[in-house]
Ligand binder design. Structure first.
Ligand SMILES: C[S@@+](CC[C@H](N)C(=O)[O-])C[C@H]1O[C@@H](n2cnc3c(N)ncnc32)[C@H](O)[C@@H]1O
Length: 267
């Protein structure tokens, strides 16, 4: 496939692809949206099982390539547009979807538009429809770090020493939240207790996101899917057995600048 280097890296991450492949071939039917189609790879897997696939891509250069990649598929239409723009969705006049595939994932869904996009397209999903991925699970750990800016942990770099237990602080089931509330709350604002299991100086937190591609296919961080996010905080010297209070807030889709994190001692 002819792609940008970013899409090349995405389509070379076989662990990520394997999870999506299994989920798509077992769930694609009727009308499918592939939102954030990129290389179009997910659309090509859905097409043999679907009546029709709408592949939506925001980037005009990428969309051109997607179109040329998918030209031999008679039941895929590539649509250039911003899927979080409700006016665009009205104009595109899409039939309601049996399945929405939306792979705009990033760690804790902060820096990509997965949640605002799902909130926009949710009303186009049939009541019995499905969403791939189904959702995410987020965990946080206190860490000792030397960096003073927010960054991703790529194979242990920047160096970070984990000083406490992993706390699972959020589980988002996209379909369930949309069914219950008609939308997913984009604002996260939490006070969390973290247990320290090693002496050191906590100077940051590490957020790890696990993707529920379906309820049965859980994909941990892979090179191109949600590398752990390192966020500096104020510093606290700690001993094994201590607990600290973490105040954590961010906006899903609001970008890394929306993150605020600080810690204080409890015991
Ligand atoms: C992580 S890539 C996934 C590409 C492809 N679906 C895959 O799994 O290989 C996300 C894609 O979503 C597109 N995108 C980002 N925001 C979008 C939006 N608001 N509407 C439509 N496409 C968007 C990006 O340009 C990018 O191609």
């Amino acid at each position: 496939m002819y792609e940008t280097s970013y899409h090349h890296d995405l389509t070379s991450d076989y662990e990520r692809l394997a999870g999506f492949y299994e989920a798509i071939i077992n769930n694609a039917n009727g009308i499918v949206y592939d939102i954030g189609a990129g290389s179009g790879i997910l659309s090509t897997w859905a097409a043999p099982y679907a009546n029709f696939v709408y592949a939506v891509e925001i980037n005009p250069n990428v969309a051109k390539r997607t179109e040329s990649q998918l030209k031999d598929f008679k039941n895929i239409k590539v649509i250039l547009g911003d899927a979080k723009n409700t006016l665009f969705l009205q104009k595109a006049n899409l039939e309601k979807a049996d399945l929405i595939i939306c792979e705009m994932l990033d760690t804790a869904l902060i820096d990509e538009e997965q949640v605002p996009v799902l909130n926009s397209v949710a009303k186009n999903l049939k009541a019995c429809g499905e969403i791939i991925p189904n959702g995410i699970i987020n965990g946080v750990e206190p860490v000792e770090i030397d960096v003073e800016h927010i960054c991703y942990d790529e194979d242990g770099s920047p160096k970070n020493k984990v000083l406490g237990d992993l706390l699972i602080y959020d589980k988002i089931d996209f379909k369930d939240q949309i069914d219950k509330n008609k939308w997913i709350d984009e604002n996260i604002d939490l006070m969390l207790d973290l247990k320290i299991n090693k002496k050191g100086t906590v100077s940051g937190i590490k957020i790890t996101t696990f993707t529920l591609i379906t309820q049965d296919i859980i994909c941990g961080p892979t090179p191109m899917l949600n590398p752990p996010l390192i966020i500096p905080t104020n510093k606290l010297k700690v001993d094994e057995g201590n607990s600290i209070k973490l105040s954590l807030s961010y906006i899903m889709g609001g970008g890394l600048n929306s993150i605020e994190a600080s810690i204080k001692r409890i015991s």
